[in-house]
Design a binder for this molecule. Structure first.
Ligand code: PLP
Length: 375
């Protein structure tokens, strides 16, 4: 024992690092023949736009040895035009994960509280603990409700106290796939204190097609405390390059910029993201295929008597009602990676990314459910 852990700030002594579920580089080495099916991290099985790949292939030397644009102006201009916001209402991140961490740094100090939902994204409580603040988990919806295990906006509201400095939620939510409507969000925002920043993590919004489910950007002019985060990691298929962004009041963006590393979004990521935004037809193909496969996988699994939560993301959460670890281990033996949910407090569940039809078929064929469970 070196004693260094004891020297760390108190908050870090109780902080557990983000758990990606598996050692994927090791699994990829083991399955070097290319027979690994990766359904554990909600990546985009169709990959990025060919335009993004072409932009990467045409990179010039100077674009690697010079520092990139510290403000990412070209990409922010494109995003501003698409979202009809001002350029100073956008900040770029090394993935949206980074921006979520920065938001906690901006707003939360030791003793402050960050409110999130019980089965929300694991990064929100980590972001609070990293700055010595206290994450407060609001109860989620009941398992037998319309939106099983999803965000209960009343419970989230009740969890707000005078110590609350940030509230974070995803819509659609990861890992449940559940969602709430713009009308429900509007009613919620009307009750929330005006000074409390509310983060709407919209990492999966492109895949949404449920009636009433819409981006919070539609109401941001009415609620200056709304912060919307987006990512290029999911529908745009650029998880490996790490680009995300936030849209918020310019004062909030300015605060993030004060602590943001100046070159946090790298030059190649900037180029690829810009090109990806110009290929709406690739995005449309990805989204259409994902929705179709999401519906198909859900129907097949439910047809086997399994409890599949309604999902608006590019993944489904299956609640087996029994310990899911043996089921997961059996899939892994067959080269199929899904996401264990023990760390999320859902030991009976597995989260499975919706991928290409061929990959989904491999999963469906490989999945064997303990006797007594399947219909
Ligand atoms: C995948 C995901 C993100 C995106 O993270 P990046 O850092 O942008 O890759 C953000 N929020 C949620 C809920 C996610 O599932």
């Amino acid at each position: 024992m070196s004693g260094f852990v004891g020297c760390a700030i108190a908050a870090l002594q109780v902080l557990q690092a983000y758990d990606p579920g598996h050692d994927l580089p090791a699994l990829r080495r083991k399955h070097a023949a290319g027979d690994l099916i990766e359904l554990g991290s909600n990546e985009n099985a169709w990959g990025p736009s060919p335009k993004a790949l072409a932009a990467l292939r045409s990179v010039k030397d100077a674009e690697t040895f010079r520092y990139p644009d510290p403000m990412g102006v070209a990409l922010r201009q494109r995003l501003a035009a698409i979202h009809q916001v001002a350029i100073d209402e956008i900040v770029l991140g090394n993935g949206s994960h980074e921006i979520l961490m920065q938001l906690a740094q901006v707003f939360c100090a030791p003793g402050d509280e960050l409110v999130h939902s019980r089965f929300g994204f694991a990064v929100y409580p980590i972001s609070a603990r990293a700055v010595g603040a206290t994450p407060i988990a609001a109860d989620a919806m009941a398992a037998d409700s319309q939106m099983p295990l999803g965000h209960d906006l009343d419970a989230l509201f009740d969890a707000i106290s005078t110590r609350s400095k940030l509230l974070c939620m995803a819509n659609p939510n990861n890992p449940t796939g559940t969602w709430f409507s713009l009308a429900q969000l509007t009613a919620f925002m009307q009750r929330v204190p005006r000074h409390l920043p509310v983060v709407l993590d919209e990492a999966y919004i492109e895949f949404a097609d449920a009636p009433g489910l819409q981006s919070a950007l539609a109401i941001r002019n009415r609620f200056p405390n709304l912060v919307v985060t987006r990512t290029f990691s999911k529908a745009f298929g650029l998880a490996g390059l790490r680009v995300g962004y936030a849209i918020a009041h310019r004062d909030i963006i300015d605060l993030i910029n004060r602590l943001r590393e100046s070159f946090n979004t790298n030059g190649l990521a900037l180029l690829a993201a810009e090109a990806a935004l110009q290929d709406r037809s690739h995005l449309k193909t990805v989204v259409t295929n994902t929705r179709r496969e999401r519906d198909r996988v859900t129907v097949v699994l439910r047809g086997r008597g399994l409890n599949v939560l309604p999902s608006q993301g590019n993944f489904v959460l299956i609640d087996f009602g029994v310990e899911a670890a043996p089921i997961e281990a059996d899939l892994l033996r067959q080269g199929i990676v899904v996401r264990p949910m023990l760390a999320y407090g859902l030991p009976h569940c597995l989260r499975v990314t919706v991928a290409t039809a061929a990959e989904n078929d491999r999963f469906l064929q490989a999945l064997s459910v303990p006797s007594g469970l399947s219909a």
